[in-house]
Design a protein around this ligand. Sequence first.
Ligand code: SAM
Length: 245
Amino acid sequence: MAKKRAKIRLFVECSLGEGQGIVASKEQANYLFNVMRLKIGDNVLLFNGRDGEWLVEVLEAGKRAGKLVCRAQTAPLQLPPDLWLLFAPIKKSRTAFIVEKATELGAARIMPVLTDFTNTDKIQIDRLRAYAMEATEQCGGTFIPEVCEIQKLADLLEHWPADRRIMFCDESRDALPVAQALAKEEGGKWAIVIGPEGGFSPVEMDCFRGMVQVTPVTLGPRILRADTAAVAALTAWQSALGDWG
Ligand code: SAM
């Protein structure tokens, strides 16, 4: 029976490598063998965020268990640039959108931050981490960005690493257009900061402007919603300094 070409792609926690045996969890067995009806000899693509993507063959297929073995690496681990995204959580669905798009656009670390005007300090961290994993699964990625617990922006800035630049998205727009501002910069360790719906407070604005690591930028003449600004900023940074060149 011709083996089913691996169309299914699944995240697993375990290590992946040549000849590595894998014992499917109950949930994975249910999905692979009951829902997707894979049989012995069929193939599936697995990735774990560390070892790249692997073509894996089904050795045993049960209702609640199963065994598989790694046959060949189909894609190496593809690391994104060393880019963090700091953003103030907004409405749940739009916060999820930011995490999903930041994953697809190549952020290495996604950091929800509490700013003076953030209107929600509640985030469902497990859900956000699941969105990052699902976005990676669906987009053929092999690296899953770290999604951090929510932190106070002020605390982060107080201990900000000297060697990491910040692209500060300044809605007051008395900053250079982003393309012009980044044209003077180099790649390396960066962070992008996006404020909440209410924008940054004057204290926060002053704090950013007083930091040598900060490059203030304008994302065009129109005020963007925070989630739109996150996508626009990531796109501008990636095309100027990231791995899209
Ligand atoms: N309430 C603010 C106002 O009316 O000025 C708007 C805040 S905006 C909804 C949320 C965040 O997106 C801002 O804090 C900023 O980081 C970013 N942003 C939105 N439009 C921008 C622009 N044209 N230039 C730079 N940053 C922008």
